[in-house]
Design a protein around this ligand. Structure first.
Ligand SMILES: *Cc1c(COP(=O)(O)O)cnc(C)c1O
Length: 376
């Protein structure tokens, strides 16, 4: 039991186990693969795993830089990592510079307005850490579009100098698909950018970027998903260690005839005599309702007694019905555990079953699960 465990882990039906040892091992292996310093992207509550335990474990292992999306997440990270560099990807909302100084955080500046606002704040004498500068090389989302021949960068040179930039970065749009020609274009565009900022550390790789051929690591990488056990090379074997497991328990079982309707609006009809188990988690726990298995669409699954069993009917708020006909009856009794994430039900499989991606499964992980942290 660690200070981050929820107190009712033994009696709660659904348990989320988070292996912080595996998280740290994944962070180390990505740094080794890159041959440079790896930061940790811990936005969205460390992709749903819990920001404080993740940052505590990674900082103890030697991680010196973290990325979050929101200022409020930066404040939480600062509380458990007093010395680390903490970059806030969403950058400066108007008037927020003072809060950055107060919590010793670094904004990731993504427009000339943000550059100028931060430069003016620094000029007022505020003691701040170096900021990062975000260049957009593909996405039209956040960051400055460097433009043909870097003319814009030259035009902004004075503001960039005044803003005290300690890191230049860009973000891949499709690095999980090594055949996407956008990767090579972004790699080339970023090499020009890095060359334009001699002496300033640069950062390009997200998780999947670590596995792209012909991509320099520069001075810092920014993995997120792969730290948490997501597969950065979809379609190939997952090189990362699994970090989370989600189990729930069987509340009730019933045997039903063929032709019976199941769940809200009767959207699934049993095709045979079936044994159905109702388990205690649902969409209120972050398991997407899009994982419903109906007469016209496939959905998610759970492992009961070692057998992968399909959901049947709609995913309810607090409950899911699973067809356990194929599971050994002795291991699919009232109270027995079922696995929702773990083993063959990896994050990619669970994501596909819910018509989404593993990232969304992770970041939606519920607040109602008992959480058990291993390796602290
Ligand atoms: C989320 C994010 C990352 C991490 O991406 P993963 O694919 O999860 O590794 C890195 N950089 C930026 C700018 C991001 O927004």
């Amino acid at each position: 039991m660690t200070i981050f465990d929820t107190p009712d882990a033994e009696t709660c039906g659904t348990i989320l186990t988070i292996d912080l040892g595996a998280l740290v091992a994944n962070w180390r292996s990505l740094g080794e693969r890159a041959g440079t310093e790896a930061s940790a992207v811990v936005k969205a509550n460390a992709y749903g795993l819990g920001l404080e335990p993740a940052v505590t474990a990674l900082a103890a292992a030697g991680c010196e830089s973290f990325f979050v999306a929101h200022l409020s997440e930066g404040v939480r990270a600062r509380a458990v990592a007093p010395r680390a560099a903490i970059y806030v990807l969403n950058g400066l909302l108007p008037g927020s510079a003072g809060r950055y100084a107060e919590h010793d955080l670094s904004p990731v500046l993504g427009s000339s307005e943000e550059l100028q606002e931060w430069a003016a704040f620094r000029a007022s004498g505020a003691a701040v850490r170096p900021a990062a500068l975000h260049l957009d090389t593909a996405m039209n989302r956040l960051g400055i579009w460097p433009g043909e021949g870097m003319s814009l960068m030259r035009a902004l040179k004075a503001d960039i100098d005044a803003a005290g930039i300690g890191l230049v970065m860009s973000h891949f749009a499709s690095s999980e698909d090594e055949n996407d020609p956008a990767n090579a274009r972004q790699i080339a565009a970023f090499s020009e950018i890095a060359a334009a900022f001699p002496g300033i550390p640069a950062s390009l790789k997200n998780s999947s970027g670590h596995f792209l051929k012909d991509c320099p690591s520069y001075q810092l990488t920014r993995p997120g998903y792969a730290l948490y056990g997501g597969n950065p090379t979809p379609g190939l074997a997952n090189p990362m260690r699994p970090v989370i497991a989600l189990t729930s328990r069987i509340l009730q079982l019933r045997d039903v005839e063929a032709g019976m309707q199941v769940g809200y609006n009767g959207r699934w009809t049993t095709k045979r005599k079936s044994r159905l188990a109702t388990i205690c988690l649902g969409y209120a726990d972050g398991y997407p309702r899009n994982a419903s298995w109906t007469d016209t669409s496939t959905g998610g699954s759970a492992i009961a007694g070692g057998v992968v069993c399909p959901f049947v009917g709609t995913v309810s708020m607090d409950l899911i019905i699973v067809d356990v006909t194929e599971a050994p009856a002795a291991q699919a009794k009232r109270g027995d555990p079922v696995t929702l994430i773990g083993g063959p039900l990896d994050l990619e499989t669970v994501g596909a079953g819910a018509k989404t991606i593993g990232y969304e499964i992770l970041t939606s992980l519920g607040r109602r699960h008992a959480r058990r942290y291993l390796g602290l």
